[in-house]
Design a protein around this ligand. Sequence first.
Ligand code: BG6
Length: 486
Amino acid sequence: MPHTIVIFGASGDLTSRKLIPALYNLKRKGRLPEDAKIVGFSRTDFSHEAWRKDLRATTQEFAGDKFKADVWDDFADQVFYCDGDIGKAEDFEKLGKFLTELEGGEDASRLYYLSTAPRFYGPAIEQLGKAGLACEEGDCQRRVIIEKPFGVDLESAKALNKTVHAHFKEKQVYRIDHYLGKETVQNLFVLRFANTIFEPVWNRNFIDHVQITVAEEVNVGSRAGYYDTAGVVRDMIQNHLLQLLMVTAMEPPASYAADPVRDEKVKVLLAVRPKSPKDIARDTVRAQYRGYLQADGVPDDSTTATFAAIKLGIDNWRWQGVPFYLRSGKSLSCRTTQIVIQFRQPPHMLFKEGPRTIRDANRLIIQVQPAEGIQMHFQTKVPDAGMTMRQTNLDFNYQKNFGGNIPEAYERLLLDAIEGDASLFARADEVEAAWGICDPILAAWAESDKAASDAPKLLSYEPGYWGPTESTEWMIAQRREWFDAC
Ligand code: BG6
């Protein structure tokens, strides 16, 4: 069956920066089906040619030396444009007719990509439904990809799921989290479930704690207007960090298929220990970088956190007593995403020279980005120095081992959605469970801004460091240390 990919929000940033370059790269690698047609839909009054011309320039910029004029020309023949307004039912009828004509009246598998501002997700779904463009019967295949953020809290996520399910079945819905499209995140499945040496120690008996850090060097830049309504929890933790948590902590699924994988992931979130306001006061640190208030679009009295560190417990057999520390922020030391599995110290120390602290114990570091790879830290005897030992590092680096470039997350995710594989997309219950964890934290923080309460006050930090010093002290008070390495 031929494929049609319809991008809503075609004139937006995401389309030109990520989606079209990803589709172009799939074409370059011979993975985009020959019969696939890409249709842009937005209010801008483009002709097919004008849109292609715009996209050529941006793709050239983002694809860099991967841009090949002849590949682009072939790709451009598959690209079309239909202008329309998400608020107008007649424009969806027009779109329907345009697609039927483009597909030559044949049955085609259609993928609708909602890359609009989030407030249009619900209306676009309704219009698709009402225009009869959402059917899923017999040979009629319709799928919808929904960008993040999926709601701003549990209530809005539930409302959006309700709208979605009024027109699409869950199996037609692909909620995207681009972190799941990253090679190193997928490699976590392989590391854990295609090897025998890790799984036996991947539990409370051997692991002291887990750190999941997504640090960004950039500040909020020109996105301050959006960011100030979101903050680090909605922007990063509810989605990307909790996805990393799920893949790190899940049980092995019975098979590598969408529902078995997502069943196990959602069980992790459901086992996360609920927090009272008092727990939140003890278990979270929030801060804003100095200078944030001066960014365009940020109110002078904004209390939006640009940094958060959150300690979560997972109440199940595998993880009881093992804290998971999630940490993310803008304007930090460097850009790095890493999962640190900190193992326990040996139960009995033979050597008076050590090692003695948790810092010296074994550590597995999954370097998600950049410098994608995996490192194992372990103690080694220093030659010719008695029993003095030093921590050394077994280092696997993607680039060195496989060469070439690591593909953009969107390539894999778009291809999976075209092929109907939802394993790397979030399910309705998963997104709601993630909000169920974040909502109480956001509520306690908001409460503490209003009145005296137990919740931690907003701290501040100097750009270019690892967040506020209180975050470092908070870990030390728990006899642990952040693994701060760029
Ligand atoms: C997005 C957030 O989802 O992820 C941004 O909205 C953030 O604020 C970005 O910068 C980080 O993605 P990546 O792939 O660069 O780590």
